[in-house]
Design a protein around this ligand. Structure first.
Ligand code: GLU
Length: 538
């Protein structure tokens, strides 16, 4: 914006109706920069972006920063970064340009003030001089009397003289309140719900403009949705109770009410509203665990919508093409980690080794850059899901090994990629392939494989060692193992488990011969040598 307009007509002229194809949706998200971007913001962004793309419309990002006490430095950058990671970039917004800005509410204060002034001049809103002390006493009295707390409209009914006296006495600028109707019903049609109605008599007179000159949510979102020419307001269910205030405000200003869609609240696995008790629900948390953005988008759309073919796993394009706002589920979608893992696993396994290598390298760099001492990854076991801390140094060593040879790591990743549900699983489960990260099994674990007989384990490994050569293949390694077992009258499984533990340090691993192939004969022999060393220690 080059110059701030000084009348409402000038504001109107600045933001002409948009020239868009029929049916185009102009939608927005309006996150507040008050902390780490939340999964709820991701949900809104994924739905809004989908609606805009699917209708050749516009997706607007607006920063709702009018609650000055709650601002967190850096939060706007984090919002932009999260949307970028999710691959749902706004068409218009801070850092993205657009003709309907500023997209930061605190930079549009003049428009809110003009609207409030006009409403006051027309008697549709009024200045309120009540002190915080009076409001607190009022509230306490109402609560004590078992009444719902609300403003008693004291300042609404002041005569001009009383108003002038109150203004003269006031130590702070007044707030501006909207004069809600005394009776009748205020209703609207929500895109996914039946007609919703509120009794006007039960409505409070909401504050529009605060004493510090900043608008409240009610004023800012109504004015901005109007000037940004938003066609459908998509926002969380928790805002349904604000809708009657906004409808009265639109009517008072003679503005058209946009369509409204109140999305259901996300729930955790215990079907509680996602909150502090549900653990870390920031977008960054999912990114740090190594979920791919396409998997995360797939997951979010899957829990709020049903693919026409009943699929769990599908590209975001399907959602964009097939989703209509009306088709959104009404009941609380559950953020089910097992379903997320399932969807994520499918995306990872179909990626291919080369892209998976790149995504993993990028992810490692991102996590390392924002880790100070340690990082926690979700480990899923039969007993449940736990967060396990890993020292930054450990992750750094993995990253160094992983990126030292791209070709080698692609070989690692092409082996059973379905073992990985998220990129952190690669760090946890692929370490065994890297020479620099390998630590041999302890003596007892090795001996256990040979019926607890360390001498037998030594003998078997000593015999195997010189036979394992570079030119061998899986069949040859198998033959050697069978031969050894036969000569010693052992089950072949004994020999192969011993080799597995010697070569990987672990009892449960991907197929042994595949590991041998990926790591190469020199490394196999080196590891058998280390195992022999451990076994010979007494
Ligand atoms: N700042 C509000 C929020 O983050 C915006 C609600 C809306 O979309 O109108 O929930």
């Amino acid at each position: 914006m080059t110059q701030t307009p000084h009348t409402l007509n000038e504001w109107e002229a600045l933001y002409p109706p948009r020239q868009l194809p029929a049916g185009a949706e102009v939608v927005r998200i309006a996150p507040s920069p008050t902390g780490k971007p939340h999964i709820g913001t991701a949900f809104q962004a994924i739905v809004n972006y989908g609606m805009a793309r699917g209708s050749n419309g516009v997706f607007v990002l607006r920063i709702e920063d009018t609650d000055r006490k709650r601002l967190v430095p850096g939060a706007v950058e984090e919002i932009l970064d999260s949307l970028n990671w999710l691959q749902v970039p706004p068409d218009e917004g801070p850092g993205h340009g657009g003709d309907y800005g500023s997209y930061i509410e605190s930079e549009r204060l003049e428009s809110f003030k003009l609207v409030a002034d006009r409403l006051v001049a027309e008697g549709k809103a009024y200045p309120c001089y009540c002190t915080p002390e009076r409001l607190t006493a009022l509230r306490e009295g109402q609560l004590a009397a078992g009444e719902p707390p609300r403003y008693d409209r004291h300042c609404r009914n002041l005569s001009p003289d009383q108003r002038a006296a109150a203004a003269a006495q006031a130590s702070a600028p007044p707030v501006v309140r909207l004069a809600m109707p005394d009776s009748g019903m205020i209703g609207f049609d929500d895109l996914i719900r039946d007609h919703i109605e509120f009794s006007a008599a039960e409505q409070d007179d909401p504050v529009l403009l605060k004493s510090d000159g900043y608008p409240t949510y009610h004023l800012a979102s109504t004015v901005d949705d109007h000037f940004m020419r938003i066609t459908t307001v998509v926002r969380g269910e928790e805002w349904i109770s604000s809708a009657p205030k906004h409808i009265v405000l639109y009517a008072a200003l003679g503005w058209e009410v946009p369509r409204m869609l109140h999305t259901p609240l996300l729930r955790d696995a215990s079907r509680r509203k996602l909150g502090k008790r549900s653990g870390d629900t920031s977008i960054g948390y999912y990114r740090a665990q190594g979920y791919l953005p396409e998997a995360f988008r797939n997951f979010i759309t899957r829990i709020i919508w049903t693919h026409p073919e009943g699929k769990d796993v599908y590209p975001y394009d399907d959602f964009i093409r097939l989703f209509k706002g009306e088709a959104l589920t009404k009941s609380g979608p559950v953020v089910d980690p097992a379903l997320l893992d399932h969807i994520s696993c499918e995306h990872i396994r179909h990626l291919g080794a080369a892209p998976l290598y790149e995504r993993t390298a990028e992810w490692l760099a991102w996590v390392l850059a924002r880790t100070e001492e340690s990082v926690e990854f979700e480990v899923v076991e039969k007993s449940g899901r736990t967060l396990t801390p890993f020292a930054k140094g450990e992750l750094q060593r993995f990253a160094d090994a992983f990126t030292a040879s791209r070709e080698f790591s692609e070989g690692v990743l092409s082996l059973e990629p379905e073992r990985y549900k998220k990129l952190s699983d690669i760090f946890m489960h692929a370490r065994l392939f890297y020479a620099t990260l390998f630590s041999p099994a302890e003596r007892d674990l090795l001996a256990k494989q040979a019926k607890g007989d360390a001498a037998l384990a030594v003998a078997l490994l000593e015999e195997y060692l010189p036979l394992h050569d570079q030119s061998g293949d899986e069949q040859q390694w198998q033959r050697i193992g069978y031969g050894l077992a036969e000569r010693r009258e052992l089950k072949p499984g004994v020999v192969f488990m011993l080799l597995r533990v010697a070569i990987t340090g672990l009892e449960r691993t991907p197929p042994l011969f595949s590991i041998m192939r990926v790591i190469g004969a020199d490394e196999v022999r080196r590891r058998i040598g280390l195992a022999l060393g451990a076994l010979r220690e007494s």
